[in-house]
Design a protein around this ligand. Sequence first.
Ligand code: ADP
Ligand code: MG
Length: 359
Amino acid sequence: MAAIDIRAVQKSFGTIAVLHAVDLSIATGEFVVLVGPSGCGKSTLLRMIAGLDEVTSGDILIGGRRVNDLDPKDRNIAMVFQSYALYPHMTVAGNMSYSLRLRKFAKEKIDAAVSSATDLLGLRPLVDRRPKALSGGQRQRVAMGRAIVREPQAFLWDEPLSNLDARLREQMRAEIKKLHQRLGATSIYVTHDQIEAMTLADRIVAMDGGHIQQIGSPLDLYERPANLFVAGFIGSPAMNFFEGRYRRAGDAAFLDLDAGASISVPARPVADGFDLTIGIRPEHVLVGEAARPGAPVCPVELVEPTGVGAILHVRFGEAPLKAFHLGRTALRSGESVAVSLPPEKLLLFDTKTGRRLDD
Ligand code: ADP
Ligand code: MG
């Protein structure tokens, strides 16, 4: 196991810069998830750590040692890909032992490593099968086994669950987390799926446009997003946003929403008339009996039951608003419901820079 340090790493393909001065330190045994939309540079960063791509500038250190010029095979890192990349003509055991055979490990050592990984991943009944006789989840488990037998300094995962259906993804996600709890291996996991990031990570690195937007624990990012990108990317259903303005009136302060409402809030160190984007998570919107006295009554446009609750699409003044209502609701589209946005749950962002204002 080893720590990984990424120092001012930049990457350009020709004249196009795809990663801009990335700095990131990953502690030994930590599980870090890189999350962001497709094309933001996640795989490129992972491939440079593995040695499959060269950095344009900056340094990568594994276990304190600069590895910029080391071949992938000398970095002692295992990578698991979305496409399992198994050898079709080899059995499960053959696939898992291949890299050790290549490195001329003793047969007893290979057998012991494969046997232990086989048990860890519940692959015992499948050892003699070839990949085409396995389901997607089983194939991905073999790919994981192939990584585990090498006892690498770190695991790199590039969207390993993206080819699986939703049910299996959920199951494999939990298996990966359990595996990490048992092995405690330094891991960097790339995904575009914010739920995977939230559920798996010790720390999340949110990326957009080749820049790190925020690094923090899952709940840090959820509760204290650094900017509009992170606020909008993390969470499902997504955070609601309203454009508006800060207004001081004596000791009182208000958020005047372009959508039509005005919300009384505690005074903030913000200039009168300052352009704000106001965010609120759907589960923080209060509806019906939970709404505060005098709350505006809003038309319900759509009700999406999820089982745990329902997502209500309402029209709040001029603006669309999603509210998550826990439990059963008798509301139907076409009806109306009282809606309040509790001031203590509002997040305020500088509309121009996108940055969240301090509480
Ligand atoms: P992600 O994994 O976050 O979806 P990638 O790291 O694969 O994103 O890609 C980041 C950007 O770099 C994209 O715009 C992609 O088109 C570009 N890119 C990736 N690999 C190459 C390459 N070999 N040559 C040119 N551009 C590339
Ligand atoms: Mg990718």
